[in-house]
Design a binder for this molecule. Sequence first.
Ligand code: C2E
Ligand code: MG
Ligand code: MG
Ligand code: MG
Length: 280
Amino acid sequence: AAKESGRGRWARYTPLLGEHSRRQLAIEQGLRNALERGELMLHWQAKLDLASARITGAEALMRWTHPTLGPISPGEFIPVAEQCGLIDAMGQWALREACRAGTQELAGLTVAVNVSPAQLLSGHFLDHLRETLAVSGLEPGRLELEITESLFMEDAEQALQLLRSIRQTGVHLALDDFGTGFSSLSYLRSFPFDTLKIDQSFVTELLSKDQSRAIVRMIAELAATLGMRTVTEGVETMEQMQAVRAAGCDEVQGYLISRPRPLAEFQRSFEAEAATKVAG
Ligand code: C2E
Ligand code: MG
Ligand code: MG
Ligand code: MG
């Protein structure tokens, strides 16, 4: 966050900069042991299919509680893990745990896992994916990997080959945060995505800006033409859900449906909760 506050502020708040660096260092050091100490967890957030009004899937979101700093958001620790080369091991753990849950507590649902470019391009991702699927026994079609556009910035050709190989295992691919980044429509044509996740930023503008409504409608139409499903992220109100539905999106995710929750809690509540929220 300090990086975004601009040059003038850095100069004025030098003591805070020191504090910021100390925190960064603590996060970096803490992350090195987080996995083995069992400090990482997955929380699960529902995906609601609008046509059937049913929860059809769940996304795994990583959570970390530092022994002294307390809970740290993925927005803060994932970039650090990427920089320190720790994301690969952490991501492998998340994939294993998600596949395991997919055959047990979450049987019947599609499980989605976020994967960083550094993890995907590690060279052994595909082997690890196949092994994880085999060990867990999860049907590949019930796993979806969520990937952001930043993957294409590294090496688009290599990324394309990898995504095709992943797709050949039967695992599904979702393009996350679509509409942010440097979205190039040509990627949609050549990359084998099953799902487009429309970024939360469109939802917040959906009711106030005609342009955002037009863009979401266009994305939904384009996705349908290309044979992809659309999921809209960050739906917080009933009004937003209705606008998203009117724009032609297939699925929604957001606090309106369910916040990310620990596995046991998610499992207990998802059916009942979905039924009441949609009825309104
Ligand atoms: P994402 O994959 O786009 O996940 C959506 C984020 O929006 C999550 O934040 C979720 O908690 C939040 N969210 C969901 N519904 C709502 C809503 O209605 N309103 C608002 N305001 N927010 C909502 P979270 O859990 O903090 O994760 C942030 C990002 O960190 C994720 O964005 C993803 O890019 C990354 N991340 C999380 N877990 C993992 C992981 O296991 N591996 C990797 N590589 N990245 C992860
Ligand atoms: Mg995601
Ligand atoms: Mg997203
Ligand atoms: Mg995101």
